[in-house]
Design a protein around this ligand. Structure first.
Ligand SMILES: [Zn+2]
Ligand SMILES: [Zn+2]
Length: 355
């Protein structure tokens, strides 16, 4: 098959002749990838910040069609339109039963293998023509008929993660919510925060185009990071003591430190960016202002029934056209997509690859 591999630090290569993945266990399905996302999380192994097996097909976001299933797969058949959460899940272990499908005892991350291992020992990613999906019945999700493959890619990670970030910010009840980072996850958190009853929403990002997108999606105040504390202080009381909830959707130390600055006494900081560096503050910083800090990887599979319900009744919508504003790019041009995404110089917020 054709696909990308992460050959080494900052080295994405296009390969026209990768081995096709196969159904390896009776619970596997093979999915023909129609669209794959390139995600901010992909940049951690790309830059060498997160160890990974070199040579693996990267990527953990995809929507496509089932092409083959193992004999134990009962819920899916060839031809089904599906999307995949970025981790596999079993639905029966204690974390799965507790709603934490992203911490399943048998969970594996697509596009990741242990550092030092051969590419074959990890679970191949989605930035290729085909992806093998273990535990298919309890991992894959059918794409609702009224949604496109773009929506499916977003549902499998960025949109669900933004929803999760907002859901963990507390009961907003009309109070001030600040969002740090207006990439695909932060803008999804903005839409979800509105759904969950936020009052004023302040969106913070250094990139003007992202702030403009936040404005179009209904942010009340959009501001660059250095101006954010003053913008909140200029609000009428009682909001001037800070945000009731801060949704942190970047995953860097400066973003977490800014979240701390923007939080009101007693606030919740809900952090979903992948943390690969030092946190930048201590538990004492939280104690001194009675803050609650919540973090973690989004349990996409566990959250999806609630998201489907909210989408179906029209109370929540995926801001697909804001997140995916550029046409999908061929796999052959994948290496260039990574370079421009890493430099934040590409068109649109969210690059998609179309095998
Ligand atoms: Zn992702
Ligand atoms: Zn499980």
């Amino acid at each position: 098959m054709r696909g990308l591999v992460l050959a080494g630090p900052e080295t994405i290569e296009y390969r026209p002749d990768l081995p096709d993945p196969e159904v390896e266990t009776p619970a596997d399905a093979l999915v023909s990838v129609r669209l794959a996302g390139v995600c901010g999380s992909d940049l951690h192994p790309y830059h060498g910040r997160e160890p990974v097996a070199w040579g693996i097909v990267p990527g953990h976001e995809a929507a496509g069609e089932v092409v083959e299933v193992g004999v134990d797969v009962g819920r899916f058949s060839p031809g089904d339109r599906v999307f995949l959460p970025f981790t596999t899940s079993c639905d029966v272990c204690p974390p799965c039963r507790a709603g934490l499908s992203s911490r399943c005892d048998r969970g594996r991350l697509f596009g990741w293998g242990p550092p030092g291992a051969g590419a074959g020992e990890g679970l191949g990613g989605t930035q290729a023509e085909l992806v093998r999906v273990p535990l298919a019945d309890t991992t894959l999700l059918l794409l609702p008929e009224d949604l496109g493959f773009e929506d499916g890619v977003l549902l499998g990670d960025n949109f669900a993660t933004g929803y999760f970030c907002a859901a963990r910010g507390g009961e907003f009840e009309g109070r001030l919510v600040a969002i740090v980072g207006c990439g695909a996850v932060g803008l999804s958190a903005l839409v979800a925060a509105r759904y969950f009853g936020a009052g004023r929403i302040v969106c913070v990002d250094p990139v003007p185009a992202r702030r403009e997108a936040a404005s179009r999606l209904g942010a009340d105040i959009v501001v660059a990071p250095e101006a954010a504390p003053a913008a909140i202080a200029a609000l009428p009381r009682p909001d001037d003591r800070g945000a009731f909830a801060v949704l942190e959707a970047v995953g860097s130390q400066p973003a977490r430190r800014l979240a701390l600055v923007l939080a009101a006494p007693g606030a919740t900081i809900s952090s979903v960016g992948v943390a690969t560096d030092d946190f930048g503050f201590s538990p004492a910083d939280l104690y001194d202002r009675n803050l609650t800090f919540r973090s973690g990887r989004c349990p996409v599979r566990s959250l999806m029934p609630g998201i489907f319900e909210a989408l179906a009744c029209g109370d929540l919508r995926i801001p697909t056209s804001e997140l995916v504003s550029a046409a999908p790019v061929s796999l052959e041009n994948g290496p260039g997509v990574y370079r421009s995404f890493a430099a934040r110089s590409g068109p649109g917020l969210k690059p998609l690859l179309a095998p």
